[in-house]
Design a binder for this molecule. Structure first.
Ligand code: HEC
Ligand code: HEC
Ligand code: HEC
Ligand code: HEC
Ligand code: HEC
Ligand code: HEC
Ligand code: HEC
Length: 273
């Protein structure tokens, strides 16, 4: 492992590369994982800690951050990550450093550039604990996190509250977070699609999906979750007042000519365009 990437510089591969070669991506992920210190689980503590290493730097504990990042450190008590505690003989509260990496060099240098990890540029430290997400973001259709376009913090607030930008319990504010970047979906539409009130997540996976446009289903099932109705006879499929039997074999419900305007329409009450 002579060629381990510098964790501060290490960038996940670009969107294009990722699609060109799944294998290259896998190799890079493995290299990145190899520089992370391994997890330990024991006693009552949660499965655990330690961000990718910063060469030569050691853990100093969250209190050390307060001196210079005063406001942020005080608000941190409300965050779900605040309670993470390192295990072992020299245990310290490594809440901040679980995402930002060991900070002794950063602290001693008074915050010099390139002494600390920023997970928005390289989410490897998040994946170290949330390892299922590495796979989600590697799916063919995924939000391009860590490629300089958006980071986890576009939708999650790491430093306070319940980790969700807006409020997790409120679907409206979850939509709001999405709509700050995806303005065309906002409307107002003359003909609304009521499904939008249920929230973007009824149809889209927020991290990534195997399906086009990060959809949760690839075909009519997406729509039939809500639009399924008692059928009039065997082999016939009616949706609304219309017989859809032959339509459904022609492609997705949101094909051109069908219901292209799934988010709402200015001209068509049946959301055709
Ligand atoms: C040291 C391990 C660790 C690291 C690093 C870590 N997390 Fe977490 N995360 C946790 C634990 C433990 C929880 C609490 C889970 C629970 O309470 O069910 C959590 C909870 C969350 C939640 C809330 C989930 C929910 O259902 O409420 C989000 C969102 C989240 N983390 C995002 C992130 C992001 C983004 C990063 C990187 C910037 C990150 N985490 C880094 C361990 C970690
Ligand atoms: C002696 C002062 C000092 C201490 C102590 C300190 N920092 Fe910093 N930190 C700075 C300065 C200065 C900067 C750069 C200017 C800025 O962004 O505020 C910075 C920037 C950062 C950044 C942004 C880096 C980037 O590239 O985006 C992070 C993350 C950070 N510090 C985390 C921490 C953590 C975690 C701790 C505690 C373990 C800590 N700092 C302790 C002074 C300090
Ligand atoms: C769950 C992971 C996580 C934890 C825990 C965490 N941070 Fe961060 N931090 C992030 C992410 C992601 C960013 C980049 C997004 C941003 O700028 O808000 C960031 C950015 C920063 C920045 C630079 C931007 C700014 O707002 O000034 C500083 C400084 C910082 N963190 C300090 C801390 C300190 C101090 C703690 C502990 C009190 C801490 N962080 C705990 C994930 C985390
Ligand atoms: C485009 C917005 C968006 C981005 C970017 C994003 N998330 Fe999420 N994340 C969400 C939403 C929305 C949920 C809630 C999903 C649900 O309730 O089904 C969620 C759920 C989670 C959860 C809890 C459920 C689970 O799958 O474990 C964790 C942990 C998490 N995200 C971590 C991350 C990390 C780490 C990153 C960056 C690598 C990230 N998220 C980037 C929107 C986002
Ligand atoms: C910080 C900005 C930002 C936020 C917030 C955001 N996205 Fe995205 N979204 C992007 C970017 C950037 C892309 C990639 C676009 C591309 O590759 O052309 C994307 C892609 C998508 C795509 C696929 C588009 C396509 O043409 O394939 C969908 C669907 C999507 N986002 C839904 C959501 C949902 C749902 C949420 C809220 C949970 C959300 N986004 C939050 C920036 C954002
Ligand atoms: C009823 C299901 C449904 C809901 C709810 C939904 N979408 Fe979509 N979305 C779709 C479908 C289907 C497509 C694919 C359209 C296509 O390929 O022409 C799509 C495509 C997209 C795209 C890619 C651009 C485009 O128009 O092709 C973005 C971005 C997007 N949706 C964002 C959002 C956001 C943000 C929300 C919540 C405010 C949301 N969607 C709610 C079904 C839905
Ligand atoms: C979360 C539930 C939900 C999902 C998923 C959903 N819809 Fe809807 N849709 C509704 C509701 C509720 C209405 C308004 C009542 C009605 O007309 O059934 C509606 C209305 C419509 C209408 C207008 C009917 C009319 O002529 O007035 C069309 C067209 C439509 N949906 C198409 C779709 C398509 C295409 C999809 C899949 C991409 C889809 N819907 C997914 C709930 C949903």
């Amino acid at each position: 492992m002579n060629n381990s990437p510098d964790p501060i510089q290490a960038q996940p591969p670009s969107w294009v590369q990722r699609h060109r070669s799944k294998l290259a991506f896998l190799a890079l992920s493995l290299a990145a994982a190899a520089i992370a210190v391994s997890c330990a689980t024991s006693g009552t503590n949660r499965g655990f800690v330690l961000a990718p290493a910063i060469p030569g730097s050691e853990y100093v504990g969250s209190e050390a951050c307060e001196q210079c990042h005063d406001t942020l450190t005080k608000r941190f008590a409300s965050a779900p990550h605040a309670g993470l505690i390192a295990q072992g003989p020299n245990a310290v509260n490594v809440g901040c450093e679980s995402c930002h990496g060991p900070a002794s060099i950063h602290v001693e240098s008074g915050g010099a550039a390139r002494t600390i990890l920023n997970p928005d540029r390289n989410p490897e430290s998040c994946y170290h604990c949330h390892s299922n997400l590495r796979g989600q973001f590697a799916l063919p259709h995924a939000h391009p996190v860590g490629e300089g376009r958006l980071g986890c913090s576009a939708c999650h607030s790491p430093h306070s509250g319940d980790a969700f930008a807006g409020t997790a319990s409120s679907l409206t504010s979850a939509n709001e977070a999405c709509l700050t970047c995806h303005k065309p979906q906002r409307g107002p539409h003359i003909f609304e699609h009521e499904a939008m009130r249920e929230g973007c997540l009824t149809c889209h996976a927020p991290h990534g999906s195997v399906n086009q446009k990060m959809l949760t289903e690839r075909n009519a099932v997406l729509c039939l979750k809500c639009h399924f109705q008692q059928q009039t006879g065997p082999g016939r499929i009616a949706i609304g007042a219309i017989d859809h039997t032959t339509f459904l074999s022609r492609g997705t419900c949101w094909n051109a000519g069908c219901h292209e305007a799934v988010h709402g329409s200015q001209v068509s009450s049946s959301l055709r365009f």
